[in-house]
Design a binder for this molecule. Structure first.
Ligand code: FAD
Length: 659
């Protein structure tokens, strides 16, 4: 049973409220709601909040979108796919969270990326567009089974794969296909502009890809047109085709990205600006500190939010600004919808008095009260595991030679990109492959992709390492799903400007210490090592030179030698220890999970409504009970489209997709 605590009365209506709670009837809450300027308030403009704000405003509702960050969309680091690492460290966009992977400080410190006194960097974006404004834009639709599993977990059959695919059609615009049914949505998805042959015209990269291809195909390349046929094959493997969702084969694919036909990033920022209309008000530099409730009814009813005005006032910002602007309250006729992301949505809820009561009680004082016990808030945090296997190559990773990664007039690669050419139209991961860690696994549980630089995780200055690295290439090994749901987001204090404590409880600390995640990662790394070794030693059996693009220097044996983790970690036992301590993730989700109302850890029901409240929903990555697919953004977009329909239906409007 939920427990509703009553909040004491405020003495003066209209004064700045110190908690998120309005109490007794008669103080005018119902009139605040009835007379509100907006129908909906949406908090956060990322993958969850952005599409929702567009849909509700186009449907005729007055929408206020509150975003803590500012618009940085004119910057080259925002627009240029290859500069996405720079965008994650941009002084105006970055929200740096420092997280723990374990409860033990000693274990955390063994991670080479650990920053003393802080933790391990987890980049997020506090800007218009949220993390879609700095992410790698990789757009890979999840497996059909992800949706079917969600439907089962939440007890709502209408989330089945066939129905959710219709929601994906509302957003997908696969410009690289000829299929008109795949071009019905708002999100342009493209393959990199430049010819892959140009991007791959480097010995080490070609050798790595041929070597990978031969692992999947016994009849690997052996003719003059080897390169051409490899590229054709990869291009024809359209990972977002519906058939790939039901049956995902192992093998190489070209990685689609959310980019315009001119090769520019397309994020929810662009979607919002392209759909500006009289019903949509976007207010940036507005950090929501809490939800305001009317507590006089049976369940707390969200009637508005309190927000603080100011640029870079959240402490995750780089050089946070200590001078705060005004604190305002704003009210919504219909609902408040939180879309602050996996770390911030639970923080806002807990700051508003909703969360695990036992944990929040310690903060109670005259200014803060727990109003609703919801055990699941901030629980169930999960992520994929990822590592980078970095090698040095004697010849041929010169793809970015001459590029400064500054994206200015002196950057020759930026100029090339402006002409629609060159290496900057790729976000780095051009080609990857799906792989089963063991043949007994039903779907590929690993996605492994090649990045022509040194990428071994996130730490302050990592984007500089990427920019300056020469003759390095990385196979990034990513474990798709996990059984580990043990991570937590908890409040350090009730200051809305503080970052919460985040602990992922990796591997042995996880909810399923026997999980196969760690062994699968090791299998993936060993596979990569075979590819690298074959690329160096056995490629003379085919005539690669004959297939090279015109004008290239000819194939030289690249002599690929692993530098990270390196030869000291050759044996599986040593490697296991290294993976345990050095993995990372960047698809955090699950901290306000969707579930059956009878599930004590569920935070929202299948209509995205916060259980035990009225007029409050959550639409972002935090709602997934299990991490979906291989890359999460397309799943969040799909859920945002779905949530839009749930809200339209609540207001008696017709759904766009019948369920
Ligand atoms: C480095 C990196 C690379 C990635 N690359 C990919 C990729 O290639 N493909 C992929 O599928 N996924 C990728 N992801 C993940 C993906 O981008 C995110 O999971 C996704 O954007 C999350 O969506 P969201 O709506 O939950 O939150 P976000 O997109 O983070 O949006 C939350 C928004 O809420 C705002 N906000 C937060 N708190 C408040 C507050 N109190 N008041 C007002 N506003 C607030 C934030 O400023 C932000 O704009 C990447 C993530 C990272 C970190």
């Amino acid at each position: 049973m939920h427990k509703f605590n009553r909040r004491s009365l405020f003495t003066l209506f209209g004064s700045t409220l110190s908690t998120g709670v309005l109490t007794k009837k008669g103080f005018g809450q119902s009139s605040l709601k009835a007379n509100a300027d907006y129908d909906y308030i949406i908090v956060g403009s990322g993958a969850g909040g952005g599409p929702l704000a567009v849909n509700l405003s186009i449907a005729g509702f007055k929408v206020l979108l509150l975003e803590a960050g500012t618009d940085q969309g004119d910057k080259s680091v925002y627009q240029v796919p290859a500069l996405h690492p720079q965008s994650t460290e941009d002084s105006e966009m970055a929200w740096d969270f420092f997280v723990d992977h374990f409860s033990s400080a000693a274990k955390n410190e063994q991670d080479e990326k650990h920053v003393a006194g802080q933790g391990i960097l987890y980049p997020r974006a506090g800007t218009l567009g949220g993390c879609t404004a700095h992410n790698a834009m990789i757009t890979i639709y999840p497996l059909a089974k992800d949706w079917d599993q969600l439907a089962e977990d939440i007890g709502d059959e209408t989330y089945n794969a066939a129905t959710m695919r219709k929601y994906f059609s509302l957003l997908e615009n696969a410009e690289y296909t000829d299929n008109p049914e795949r071009k019905t949505g708002w999100l342009p998805v493209n393959l990199p502009l430049s010819s892959p042959a140009q991007l791959l015209g480097e010995s080490a990269i070609i050798a790595s890809l041929f070597s990978a291809w031969r692992k999947f195909r016994a009849d690997g390349p052996n003719s003059d047109s080897a390169l051409g046929s490899l590229l054709k094959l990869i291009r024809s493997s359209d990972v977002n085709d519906e058939s790939f969702a039901t049956e995902r084969p192992e093998g190489l694919i070209m990685i689609p990205t959310a980019t315009s036909s001119e090769g520019k990033r397309y994020s929810t920022r662009d979607h919002l600006l392209a759909n500006q209309n009289k019903n949509l008000t976007i207010r940036t530099s507005a950090l929501v500190s809490k939800v305001l409730f009317d507590e006089s009814g049976e369940a707390p009813e969200a009637i508005g939010v309190e927000y603080i005005v100011g640029d870079k006032i959240y402490q995750a910002a780089k050089s946070p600004n200590a001078s705060l602007g005004k604190t305002n309250q704003v009210y919504a006729k219909h609902e408040v919808i939180l879309a602050g992301g996996t770390f911030n949505t639970p923080q806002i809820l807990m700051n508003s008095g909703i969360g695990p009561e036992n944990e929040l009680k310690r903060f109670e004082d005259s200014r803060y009260k727990v109003i609703l016990n919801r055990e699941g808030v901030g629980r169930n945090l999960q992520d994929r595991y990822e590592v980078g296997i970095v090698s040095e190559a004697k010849y041929g990773v010169g793809i970015a030679d001459g590029c400064t990664f500054k994206g200015d007039a002196n950057d020759p690669c930026y100029k090339e990109w402006q002409r629609g050419d060159g290496p900057y139209s790729s976000s780095g991961g051009l080609i990857g492959f799906f792989k089963k860690s063991k043949q007994s696994v039903i779907e590929p549980d690993l996605f492994i992709f090649l990045v022509p630089t040194d990428f071994h995780g996130y730490f302050p200055g990592y984007s500089q390492v990427i920019a300056q690295s020469r003759d390095k290439l990385t196979w990034a090994v990513l474990k798709s799903h996990t059984d580990n749901h043990a991570g937590t987001v908890t409040l350090k204090d009730t200051n809305p400007l503080s970052r919460p404590s985040i602990n992922f409880k990796f591997y042995e600390e996880g909810s399923n210490p026997e999980s196969k995640d760690l062994e699968a990662m090791l299998d993936g790394i060993e596979f990569v090592r075979t590819i690298n070794s074959n690329a160096t030693t056995t490629l003379d059996i085919f005539d690669i030179s004959a297939g090279l693009p015109e004008g290239s220097a000819g194939f030289e044996h690249p002599n690929i030698a692993e530098t990270i983790p390196g030869p000291a970690f050759k044996k599986r036992d040593k490697l296991r220890e290294w993976v345990r301590r050095n993995s990372w993730g960047h698809h955090a989700c699950g901290t306000c999970k969707m579930g059956k109302e009878s599930d004590p850890l569920a935070v929202v029901n299948s209509k995205f409504e916060v259980i035990g409240t009225k007029s409050l929903r959550i639409v972002d990555a935090s709602v997934f009970p299990r991490i979906p697919g291989y890359f999460i953004a397309s799943s969040i977009y799909t859920m945002s489209e779905r949530a839009s329909d749930e809200i339209l239906q609540t207001r008696g409007l017709r759904r766009r997709v019948e369920v």
